[in-house]
Design a protein around this ligand. Structure first.
Ligand SMILES: Cc1ncc(COP(=O)(O)O)c(C=O)c1O
Length: 426
């Protein structure tokens, strides 16, 4: 009998867990494809891609091999005044599929550091131009990570309340989220637009940038907003000269059905700065990018060192991470994965039809490979426990149950998940 979980309980402090009441953790021995395996050999279908990072399944041999080969060549090197092939190649490959305005690639380690870099870049951009635009705007419900800057712009996500006195001031905008069958969305979008217009008219001269999760707010409960609304807001924000930061840490790399959520917006809605992480390495290694436009980059070019971007992390552009990123991106862009993403979207549509008439299922939403719905709080815990017993691993966000799977999940596996959801909720 394996005693890993009892050893863990004596020594490990886990994130996002009330350690007093959480009980013993599940000990995972290995992963293959969409499955995780415990020490008894029981399998669990990973329906949340292990915190939204995994794209192609666990222990994917192509990515594992790319990391192994790179590790034999160069495991790491300082990235200031030094470069290496994997960092440049990954940036080149991403540049080829991103809007042409996004042309300067700044590496860091995770979603929070990508956001932190973006906020500092936006702030210093205005400073370097000699302008005092120091405030950030964000959407109610937006979540951008757990470091101090990221928490400040996510302070109304509900995750950081105790830290509020430590965080800098931000201006929060209303977020008209929507769902299948939502009949009041036009009205709420109009009210939100009007409110945002008033706020920006009054404060625009102080505002450095707007940061947002395009199309889906992840951590606050897979809250979807319509592309046409975002296009309108971005146009308005740009008309005031305010910079736009897209946080695609969750939505990037196929989650919303397109490679990036920005692909579903119009070509004028390209952000000044784009943050990606999570799926960047297919879920193998921590790596992130903050990708800036030439306009941003040029504001840092000067004979004075003080205009330089004085920000960096020891593992910036880690070659193993970059090698994983290249392999993962090639897999993502393959015809097979692109078809799988389409199949997943269809499978969600079919599955949601199955559960749509259950009286406790409300606010069903679906975009690309993500589906979600809201359940009464008192049903959630029992549902999740029962699902786990049946080998389906789901982790709810408050009263939101969502499925955000690796792209190797098959149509039959989807059917099994939605059948289980139907039976248990019913
Ligand atoms: C949209 C978004 N931004 C930033 C982050 C922070 O990423 P990380 O957990 O890698 O720091 C997350 C994490 O869930 C996220 O969903």
């Amino acid at each position: 009998m394996n005693n890993l979980s009892t050893r863990d309980k004596k020594i490990i402090w886990h994130p996002f867990s009330q350690e007093k009441t959480v009980g013993l953790p599940l000990s995972i021995h290995s992963g293959k494809g969409a499955y995780l395996y415990d020490y008894e050999g029981k399998s669990y279908l990973d329906l949340i891609s292990s915190w939204w990072v995994n794209l192609h399944g666990h222990a994917h041999p192509v990515i594992a091999e790319a990391i192994y080969k790179q590790a034999l060549k160069l495991e790491h090197v300082i990235f200031s005044k030094i470069t290496h092939e994997p960092a440049v190649l990954l940036a080149e490959k991403l540049q080829a599929i991103l809007p042409s305005g996004l042309s300067r690639f700044f590496y860091s380690d995770n979603g929070s550091t990508a956001v932190e870099s973006a906020l500092k870049m936006a702030y210093q951009y205005w400073h370097n131009l000699g302008k005092a635009r120091t405030k950030f705007v964000c959407f109610e419900g937006g979540y951008h990570g757990d470091t101090l800057g990221a928490m400040s712009v996510g302070k109304n996500s509900g995750y950081h309340d105790i830290f509020k006195p430590l965080l800098f001031d931000v201006i929060t905008l209303p977020y008209p989220d929507t769902w299948i069958g939502d009949i009041s969305i036009e009205e709420r979008e109009q009210a939100a637009y009007q409110h945002i217009q008033e706020i920006l008219t009054k404060n625009h001269q102080d505002i450095a940038a707007l940061i947002l999760e395009p199309l889906v707010q992840g951590a606050s409960g897979m809250r979807i907003c319509r592309p046409a609304f975002l296009n309108k807001i971005i146009k308005l924000v740009k008309s005031f000269g305010i910079l736009i930061i897209f946080d695609e840490v969750m939505t990037g790399f196929g989650r919303t059905g397109t490679t990036f959520a920005l692909d579903q917006l119009n070509s004028e809605s390209v952000p000044d700065i784009l943050c990606v992480a999570k799926g960047l390495t297919g879920g193998f290694l921590p790596l992130a990018l903050t990708i800036a436009s030439e306009k941003i980059y040029e504001a840092f070019l000067d004979d004075k060192l003080s205009k330089d971007f004085l920000h960096g992390h020891s593992y910036t552009a880690n070659p193993l991470g970059c090698a994983a990123g290249i392999a993962s991106l090639e897999l993502l862009l393959s015809a097979e994965t692109q078809q799988a993403i389409k199949n997943i979207s269809q499978a969600h549509e079919n599955g949601l039809k199955l559960i749509q008439n259950l009286s406790s299922v409300i606010k069903m939403r679906h975009l690309g490979t993500i589906s979600a719905f809201t359940l009464p709080d008192n049903q959630i815990k029992l549902l999740i426990t029962n699902l786990l017993e049946q080998g389906f691993f789901i982790r709810p966000l408050g009263s939101t149950v969502y499925i955000l799977p690796p792209y190797c999940l098959t149509v039959d596996e989807f059917k099994a998940v939605y059948d289980a959801l139907f039976k248990l909720i019913n």
